[in-house]
Write a protein that binds this ligand. Sequence first.
Ligand code: CO
Ligand code: ZN
Length: 332
Amino acid sequence: MKFDTKLMKKLVSIYGPSGNESIIREYIEKEIKDYVDEIKIDNLGNLIARKKGSGKRIMIAAHMDQIGFMITDIDDNGFLRFTNIGGTSPFVTLSQQVVFENGVVGVIFSEPMEDISKLKLSNMFIDIGARNKEEAEKFVNIGDICVYKTEYQENDNVVFTKCLDDRVGCYIAIETIKQIENQKNDLYFVFTVQEEMGLRGAKTSAYGINPEIGIALDVTGSGDTPKAKTFAVGLDKGAAIKVKDNSILTHPELRQFMIDIAEENDIPYQMEVLEFGGTDSGSIHLTKEGVPSGVISIPTRYVHSTIEMASKNDIINSIRLLIKLLNRDIIL
Ligand code: CO
Ligand code: ZN
């Protein structure tokens, strides 16, 4: 399986912070519409694409939204104060470039700090180069959201870019939609909204679909950088099969099923126990009377920064695992 650089680069470059997913949704819709039987957008903006089958109703979720910064105030000199949309560290944010939907670019900096370790987003501001409040207001309004502006990079091993969370999940879903053939199961691929705000899009879309099985595709962290916190996940060691995060304990039989399929097909995999964070499966598994759910995670360094890094092999192996899984009779 070849890595589709063009598709990945495009996915991470399109603006789409939580609640503002329409441009990325349009792009994904165009990309998949010839490969699915039905396609619709629900009331919250989730894109739901079905590949019909007579077997189990399976929901596969990847979130379209990305983290960003929302403008809360504009001062007399034209500097913007902001709050976070999704989790961000002030240290990762300092001196980074950001871009608004209308293309306006700014840089994030901080007030002079005596003790930089006390840095908080509330000490920081965005400078768009405006001369005063009036001029700034021509370009930016309260409530507008900007996102990180960095260039996509890759080499033979890895991609490094903003927004892998979770456009890499979208990439895996899109590739699976394109590659899977004559599967028996009834597949609902959902490109969800507002995951970063608390798994919101997955909640309503799962209610509407009422799946028998749920699978989320999302990034996880890695424990393979110098002096990293103990965490048995690393880049290029395979697709990560989630056991736990703060939103879910994955269904044990579904998890075992994923392991069995990886073993049978010689697909490299690793087990993931994440001590923080959540994914769309956290919402899906609590739908109605409960939905057995699991997660295929993509090991990623520097999550929620401007330069998230993942292995091309892990991404390809995640697609292989998902396709094999969706092709099988799943009996739990
Ligand atoms: Co995230
Ligand atoms: Zn995510």
